[in-house]
Structure formats: structure tokens, C-alpha cells
Design a protein around this ligand. Structure first.
Ligand code: E4P
Length: 214
């Protein structure tokens, strides 16, 4: 399974990339707004830092608008992937964009049926939002598992990005469910590194090392 970073914060991206564990970035309008910078320059800067896919979301509400916006965003850098919010306009736009070789990440996916439609329309990625489903009392990871099974059964090449990840247990469950990718906030990535037994083990080894004569 690969890990993407779910952020538009340049410092977080640079730090996570230096760990050697992140192979892509996902953004959304809320994440970019949080940084207080202009949208396109932010995406261009992230795309220059990251070798892998960088998702940038189109905000047009009809298919022609989405297509025009996607073409413009895709021209920012060759690794820019266009996030489209699930719906009929996005399906129409995805088919056109996929035929042009522009990769789409269908976002705001909350059911296996939505994921199936996105894959059939030619989306390169689907992003089921696990945390937001859990928030309303559903089992978000069950949806991820269902999508993975269906794509596998029918040989659909669309990759699954487990999104709206809230804690390290979500990442582990996404791995067990067979998700191709999990996109994680930087805080969750930091939590994944830590274990209290690692911390106490390091402290013990350092203390004992200082007792070694010479
Ligand atoms: C995914 O690509 C989205 O940017 C993100 O995971 C949304 O997560 P949230 O539910 O924490 O906003």
C-alpha cells in the first residue's frame, strides 16, 4: 500500500517527503484555504516538490466548466490529478478527461456504487471518505473493502484512495482492506511513527550505553 499526504502545507510536505514514505499528495479547497495562499501557485509549488500524483480539486458545478478547469489545472504540471466531486457532471467530465489522458480522482465518494460508476467513467482514482462515514455512524472502512473487492473481481484498474483518515488505526484497516493508497494528514503520519515501547527502549539503550566504560 502507498501513502499520500493529505495537506496543502508546504512544510509538512517537505518534512514527510524527507522520511521517504510518501508518494503523492491530495489537497482540497478547505486544505488550500487553510494555508491562506492563492490556489494555483500552491498547487504548482506542491507539484514541483512531489514526484507522484498531486490532486487538485475543480470547483465548477457543471461538466463543461469542470472540463475547462481540469485542462487548466492539468497544464500546471504533468503530475497534477484532477479531483472532481462525485455526481453526474463529474461522471460526464471524467469520461472526456480520461479520453484526453487527464487523470481524475473522484472525490466525496461514500458508496461502492458511486465508486463503480467513477471507475466505469474512467477515473484513475476513487476516494472513499472513511472518517466522514464513521462520523454519521456508518462503517467507512467497510465501503473501502467493498470497493476493493468489486474492482478486483472485475479487473477495474481504478485505484482506491482511502481518504478522510482520522487516526493510525484507519491506516492499518485500509491496508487490511486492500486499499491501494491511504491519504493521511501529517498528524496521523507522525502518530504512526511513535510507540511508547520504542521511546522507552531508546531511553534504556541510551542510558545503558552511557554506562559502558571507555
Ligand atoms: C481526501 O482527498 C480529502 O482531502 C480528505 O481526506 C478529506 O478529509 P476530511 O474528512 O478530514 O476533511
Amino acid at each position: 500500500m502507498r501513502l499520500f499526504l493529505d495537506t496543502a502545507n508546504i512544510q509538512e510536505i517537505e518534512e514527510a517527503l524527507s522520511w521517504g514514505v510518501v508518494s503523492g499528495v491530495t489537497t482540497n479547497p478547505s486544505l488550500v484555504a487553510r494555508e491562506g495562499r492563492e490556489f494555483r501557485p500552491t498547487i504548482r509549488e506542491i507539484a514541483a516538490l512531489v514526484d507522484g500524483p498531486v490532486s487538485a480539486e475543480a470547483v465548477s458545478e457543471d461538466a463543461p466548466g469542470m472540463i475547462a478547469e481540469a485542462r487548466e489545472l492539468a497544464a500546471l504540471a504533468q503530475n497534477v490529478v484532477i479531483k472532481l466531486p462525485m455526481g453526474v457532471p463529474a461522471l460526464k467530465a471524467t469520461r472526456v478527461l480520461a479520453d484526453e489522458g487527464i487523470r481524475v480522482n473522484m472525490t466525496l465518494v461514500f458508496s461502492a456504487n458511486q465508486a463503480l460508476l467513477a471507475a466505469l467513467a474512467g477515473a484513475a482514482y476513487v476516494s472513499p471518505f472513511v472518517g466522514r462515514l464513521d462520523d454519521i455512524g456508518h462503517d467507512g472502512m467497510q465501503v473501502v473493502a467493498e470497493i476493493v473487492d468489486i474492482f478486483c473481481d472485475y479487473g477495474l484498474e481504478t485505484e482506491v484512495i482511502a481518504a478522510s483518515i482520522r487516526h493510525p488505526a484507519h491506516v492499518l484497516a485500509a491496508a487490511h482492506a486492500g486499499s491501494d493508497i491511504a491519504t493521511v494528514p501529517f498528524g496521523v503520519l507522525q502518530q504512526m511513527v511513535r510507540h511508547p515501547l520504542t521511546d522507552s527502549g531508546i531511553a534504556r539503550f541510551l542510558a545503558d550505553y552511557r554506562k559502558i566504560p571507555g
